[in-house]
Design a protein around this ligand. Structure first.
Ligand SMILES: NC(=O)c1ccc[n+]([C@@H]2O[C@H](COP(=O)([O-])OP(=O)(O)OC[C@H]3O[C@@H](n4cnc5c(N)ncnc54)[C@H](O)[C@@H]3O)[C@@H](O)[C@H]2O)c1
Length: 328
């Protein structure tokens, strides 16, 4: 990075953050993590870890005073859509107010580059698919709203304070590191592949499939899964972008391929060689039939190419990791 400064990674003890930290360190970058360990785990972090929250402005001041920070990658946040509907206050506080603390400290310390973990949830119900970056933003839950509000805040901070940003709108992050050293280990399991693998491992009795009467080839929803190691790479490319250019940038991070819930379950059966009982349940409100990225922009502007995001590699790496987790 420019200035040879450090990269502060908020939420670097979490699922996507820990993979990104591992990649950046392997590329020789100087990284520190700030994480309150609310869902992250300290044993996932192989660089200096400061345990604390973005709500603690004094701590933020100290970090920026003590370290020559050149750029921030901001993963920290609350991520469960259903919980956000129940407790919108928690989501606005953590994803917006606490994020503002970070931006203000950055401005005070003249740190001008940030990469933000945004989400496909900013788009809401797709009007067309694949969804490109110009698709209307109409989030259908507080989680998606907090991501969109924060993206808009970043635009105003660019104008008012010269802050440059890349918002990466992830689709469905999945899989585990190829060496099985890191993977998903959330206290509350909400992502489909982890849920299916829990059933394969007999930790849960059945996979509930919400809706099998959608207008899709097999009647179940289609989603765009991106391997977490590919996703980590997108952050490195985003850092390079901010090294070369200033401004406000935003990209979808997905593959452009939709895979159905039924395909995910069938591929899990093949890879795990386990019985995976399923049960059909009614559709969930706010679940679109198809949510697939148009990834053209990140490919052409940042040269992003996915290497591991085929469903087989995603599930194979997640299964190796899952078995390791269950053993411990
Ligand atoms: N997982 C996905 O498919 C997905 C999709 C779209 C966007 N995202 C976004 O990517 C980011 C990372 O997601 P993840 O799946 O790795 O989740 P995660 O829960 O594993 O990681 C979030 C990390 O942030 C930390 N954290 C939360 N609030 C904090 C605070 N106030 N101060 C300091 N640390 C705090 C947690 O302890 C955790 O380590 C989130 O912002 C999420 O909204 C994830």
């Amino acid at each position: 990075m420019a200035n040879g400064g450090k990269i502060l990674v908020t939420g670097g003890a979490g699922y996507i953050g820990s993979h990104t930290v591992k990649l950046l360190q392997s590329l020789g970058l100087d990284v520190i993590v700030l994480d309150d360990l609310s869902t992250g785990r300290s044993d996932r972090v192989s660089c200096p870890l400061i345990v604390g929250s973005l709500s603690d402005r004094k701590l933020l001041e100290r970090i920026f005073h003590e370290h020559a920070i050149d750029a921030v990658i901001h993963f920290a946040g609350s991520i469960i859509v259903e919980e956000s509907v129940q407790f919108p206050d928690k989501y606005f506080e953590n994803n917006v107010s606490n994020g503002l603390n970070l931006l203000d400290i950055m401005v005070e310390n003249n740190v001008k580059k940030i990469i933000f973990s945004s989400s496909a949830a900013v788009y809401g119900e797709p009007h067309y698919v694949p969804v490109d970056e110009e698709h209307p933003k109409k989030p259908v839950n507080p989680y998606g709203e907090t991501k969109w509000v924060f993206e808009k805040i970043l635009r105003w901070y660019a104008q008012g304070h010269g802050l440059s940003s890349v918002s990466l709108r992830y689709f469905n992050a999945a899989g585990a590191s190829l060496d099985a050293s890191l993977g998903e280990d959330a206290p509350v399991v909400t992502h489909l592949i982890s849920k299916v693998l829990r059933v394969a491992a007999r930790q849960e009795p059945v996979v509930k499939i919400f809706g099998n009467d959608y207008k899709t080839p097999d009647g179940t929803c289609l989603r765009d899964y991106i391997h977490v190691e590919d996703l980590a790479l997108a952050h490195h490319l985003a850092l390079d972008k901010l090294k070369a250019d200033s401004g406000v940038f935003y990209y979808n991070v997905g593959t452009g391929q939709g895979r159905s819930v039924a395909e995910v379950v069938n591929t899990c059966v093949e890879i795990t060689e386990k019985m995976i009982p399923i049960e059909y349940a009614p559709r969930r409100p706010g679940d679109p039939a198809v949510l697939v990225a148009d990834p053209t922009k990140i490919k052409t502007e940042l040269g992003f190419v996915t290497k591991y995001s085929d469903l087989e590699t995603i599930i194979r790496t997640a299964w190796v990791w899952h078995k390791k987790l269950v053993r411990h």
